[in-house]
Write a protein that binds this ligand. Structure first.
Ligand code: ATP
Length: 456
């Protein structure tokens, strides 16, 4: 793998239809991105895999899909209204804005952990070390202020009747407020899990490293409810599961590492993040937290509703513990893209752009390519209509066959099927493998089994 930088990846995603800058024709909107025709296929494939792993394949697991707008009391109970903030600092010279914690981490090459510093201590460190502004290189900062990341909006018709509400900054509160609904309707017994995939919104105002930090993003969150005493075992188990999940996306283990939190919230028993080695450095792709019975207890207090679980065997009533598994879908996608994009030098000295994306995640599984448009497109289109019923397929009859192979390599299509004059006589086609570039001859009748073998 060559050393690939983010600019190249951003350009590749834009040029090939994976990810476009949000509202681009109007000059964009900072930290917002749109998934294009290929990006949405990759996104759906990752979502499907996550859903299979966490909801479908696990016993006592239930999926939900909650409203983005929730009663504002939810966010008071969760603590987001009071303390969901970033330590912001502005450069007085060039007016650029930064997160003070990020400034310290990158200045110290991650040798100083800002999580362990108070706001005053962070400011002191920045002043004492004369940390330069990453943009203008001068060192003249404002004091640090806490900036709340909640997006606020209003509901109600008249100004007087308006109520402040929030776009959810995480999906997990939907699982907590529906804990009893799910438990009762599914007759669920502890331990059991509730998960959902959906949009979350944060007023992130610092630079985003492409889709790594956006104002609107998707999360895949799974709350696992269990008895106190079993929590430590499950926390460990879910740490391993998170690593396995990223390995199942094709990420090598040596590009993943855990970062255990040094400073825990007062209610938490343990917390860690899984980090992936992005081209811009190691950073978080998901978080696993042992949150004890804090969230349900808070919702019980704020809602006045009894959220206790009644043990059907012992008749004991208690609030369960929760292990929270919080995956950022966009960061998983970005990790897969960064990990699979490469520029390879071929034996003849030529280079090719390629995405070594796992076939099960590839946007298109198959490309159908008639060698000659004029005589062979009818047969090729026939094949396209039958294969595309089973697999996401693309049809391309423009340009030389070599150029068409390169186009598919660029977007990670694992198999190219070429229809030539022999196909008309013997019903056979050439099947080219993306990674090895090896070609084999197969009868059309055997294609479905062969593609299935490769992409499943
Ligand atoms: P960070 O420290 O990077 O701001 P966080 O610790 O605040 O992240 P969590 O609140 O634990 O993140 O959210 C769970 C997951 O949601 C993260 O691991 C990440 O994958 C994803 N996520 C959080 N914020 C964003 C964002 N602004 N853009 C894209 N994904 C995000």
């Amino acid at each position: 793998m060559n050393q690939i930088d983010m600019d190249k990846i951003v350009a590749h995603c834009k040029n090939t239809g994976f990810i476009f800058p949000g509202s681009e024709i109007y000059g964009g909107l900072a930290n917002s991105w749109d998934y294009g025709p290929l990006g949405i296929e990759l996104k759906n494939n990752i979502k499907k895999l996550w859903w299979e792993k966490f909801i479908q394949n696990r016993i006592n697991s239930f999926g939900i899909d909650c409203a983005i707008l929730m009663n504002p009391k939810v966010w008071e109970a969760s603590g987001h209204v009071a303390s969901f903030s970033d330590p912001l600092i502005d450069c007085k010279e060039c007016k650029s804005r930064f997160r003070a914690d990020n400034l310290i981490s990158s200045y110290s090459n991650n040798n100083v952990n800002p999580d362990l510093l108070s706001k005053d201590e962070m400011y002191k460190y920045i002043l004492e070390n004369k940390i330069p502004c990453p943009v203008c290189k001068k060192s003249n900062f404002t004091p640090i202020r806490e900036f709340n990341l909640l997006f606020q909006t209003h509901r109600g018709v008249t100004k007087e009747s308006q109520q402040d509400i929030y776009l959810r900054p995480e999906t997990a509160q939907g699982q907590y407020v529906n804990f009893l609904n799910v438990q009762r309707t599914m007759r669920a017994k502890l331990p059991f899990g509730i998960g959902q995939i959906g949009k979350a919104f944060r007023n992130e105002i610092t630079p985003g490293n492409f889709t790594f930090r956006q104002i609107e993003f998707e999360q895949m969150e799974y709350q696992f409810f269990c008895r106190e005493g079993e929590d430590e075992k499950y926390y460990k188990e879910f740490k391993q599961i998170s690593k396995d999940f990223f390995v199942s996306l094709g990420i090598p283990e040596d590009k993943l590492k855990f970062h255990d939190h040094d400073k825990l919230a007062f209610y938490a028993k343990a917390a860690c993040d899984l980090y992936y080695k992005f081209p811009f450095g190691w950073d978080e792709v998901n978080g696993i937290h042992n949150r004890t019975n804090y969230d349900l207890t808070r919702h019980q207090q704020y809602s006045g509703k009894n959220l206790q679980y009644l043990d059907p065997v012992t008749n004991e009533k208690f609030i369960p513990y929760v292990i929270e598994n919080s995956y950022g879908l966009d960061r998983a996608i970005l990790a897969v893209i960064c990990n699979s994009y490469d520029v390879e030098t071929l034996p003849d000295g030529d280079t090719r752009e390629i995405m070594h994306i796992l076939p099960k995640l590839a946007p298109y599984k198959v490309a159908i390519l008639p060698l000659v448009k004029k005589d062979l497109s009818e047969k090729a289109l026939q094949l396209y209509s039958s294969i595309s019923q089973k697999f996401r397929t693309v049809y391309d009859d423009t340009g030389s066959i070599g150029k068409r192979y390169r186009r598919q390599d660029q977007i990670g299509t694992p198999l190219c099927i070429t229809i030539d004059y022999d196909t008309l006589n013997d019903n056979s086609v050439t099947v080219r493998d993306r990674d090895s570039m090896k070609q084999i001859r197969l009868n059309i009748d055997t294609l479905e089994d062969y593609i299935n073998k490769i992409v499943k």
